[in-house]
Ligand binder design. Structure first.
Ligand code: FHN
Length: 432
């Protein structure tokens, strides 16, 4: 059933949106041969590494310390409720025992289906399961050598490209997606990445649009896993009136909640702890705990999710920097999770340097620049008559104006982002 699908089949089912909104926080995991290069998942592109030179990573890929149960425990302890693992990134290497390629983990020294272990471990910890699958494939012989391809500047690129057939590659992708959505039980998210026909027309004569045959790919996904969420990186957006299950703003959180053709969509920001998605040994631009917490609060305050990325090492472990970041999330989520899970855009406008998240009659004021003297909730007098710090449920006193909270409190309050919980006094508002 690979004929084109009507727009009505693509509209988000409310049930999918509910769990996604309830979860709010997920773990992205970028893992592949590039972990051995340890200098970004695009290293093959950036350094224009020839296939024969990149083969060394395939020959040496042996993540002997890989323990998916440890990964799952750390994700759960961080407060994450779902995960998305790169089954195949742009390098074309597959973490699962695919029957349509030899370029897979089961043919490397590790000799195991690493994806199967991820599914079993994360499902056992109660996290929802997502697969990232790259539309780009710098290893496949039919994938056109285009503006992003590592061999784009090869002197014989014309010759290399002759005979390449994206139709065959699109069929290969469908075969692989069929394996992924057939052999591992119920999958909650498929995260395609990324099509670029609109921006660059792939720098090739007469190529570009519809190369990935995304309509056929999406029809297959809907046939195999009707309840799955699909992100917006297939080239099916404006032209077809496609309303994705979720939009995935890249590494930024928009200033206003995204809409498509006036319709509000479920969305997700994805970010990394550092500047690299894949393990990068020498990267030193790591976000501190307060920056990480603000990324999460920013997204939820605008009605979105945060998919925060970890890049495991070539031994199969999360490095110490990643573990420290996850532990910081875990400590904050232990005390503040109810201001995040199932929360979203507030009906009120937050003061400067603050964010509101709201869940039913619970309003959460996240104060980004604590401590400062007074928090003036202009025009909100009478909305609520009680305030407490969320981290310890200690009462915070209103000033007589009933619009100002006296932040003249002791040093016991943690520095960085501080959250107040404000029970909204509005009749009829109930916590979902
Ligand atoms: O090129 C990829 C990149 O390596 C990474 O996977 C990100 C994650 O959102 N997606 C693409 C860049 O947008």
């Amino acid at each position: 059933m690979n004929e084109a699908i009507s727009v009505k089949d693509l509209v988000l089912a409310e049930d999918k949106k509910d769990w996604f909104v309830a979860d709010r926080f997920g773990m992205f995991i970028h893992w592949g041969l590039y972990a051995l290069g340890a200098r970004h998942e695009w290293l093959k592109n950036r350094e224009e590494i020839a296939p024969e030179d990149y083969e060394k990573y395939f020959e040496h890929f042996d993540p002997d310390l890989y323990d998916a149960r440890e990964w799952a425990r750390r994700a759960k302890q961080a407060g994450m409720k779902y995960a998305v693992l790169t089954s195949k990134h742009h390098e074309g290497f597959c973490l699962w025992d695919s029957q349509v390629t030899e370029y897979k983990a089961t043919n490397t020294p590790i000799g195991r289906d690493l994806l199967a272990e991820y599914v079993e471990a994360f499902r056992a910890e109660g996290l929802k399961i997502g697969f990232y699958y790259s539309l780009i494939d710098w290893h496949h012989p039919d994938f056109t050598i285009d503006v992003h391809h590592p061999q784009r500047n090869h002197p014989g690129v014309e010759q290399l490209n002759s005979g390449r057939d994206m139709t065959r590659y699109a069929a290969y992708m469908r075969d692989q997606v069929r394996e992924l959505l057939t052999n591992y039980g119920k999958i909650d998210i498929i995260w395609f990445d990324f099509s670029y026909p609109k921006r660059e027309y792939r720098g090739l004569p007469g190529k570009g649009h519809k190369d990935w045959e995304s309509d056929k790919l999406l029809a297959l996904v809907r046939e195999l896993q009707p309840g799955i969420m699909v992100n917006n990186r297939l080239d099916l957006l404006e032209e077809e009136g496609y309303l994705p299950d979720m939009t995935t703003p890249e590494q930024y959180t928009p200033r206003v909640a995204p809409t498509i053709k006036g319709q509000e969509v479920t969305w997700e920001a994805c970010h990394t702890f550092s500047g690299s998605w894949g393990y990068h040994r020498d990267e030193d631009t790591w976000k501190d705990p307060d920056q990480l917490i603000k990324l999460l609060v920013d997204s939820v305050s605008l009605g979105g999710n945060l998919l925060m990325n970890v890049g495991p090492t070539g031994r199969g472990t999360f490095d110490e920097r990643a573990n420290q970041a996850l532990e910081a999330y875990g400590e904050w989520m232990r005390l503040h999770g109810r201001s995040i899970y199932g929360a979203g855009v507030s009906e009120f406008e937050a003061p400067r340097d603050c964010r509101f998240t709201q869940r039913g009659d619970r309003l959460y004021l996240h104060i980004y620049s604590w401590p400062f003297r007074h928090i003036h909730l202009e025009g909100m007098a009478g909305t609520f008559d009680y305030a407490q710090f969320l981290h310890d449920a200690s009462e915070v006193h209103w000033l007589e104006s009933a619009e100002e909270v006296d932040s003249n409190v002791g040093v016991a309050v943690p520095k960085g982002t501080v959250t107040l919980e404000l029970p909204v006094k509005k009749p009829g508002v109930t916590v979902p």
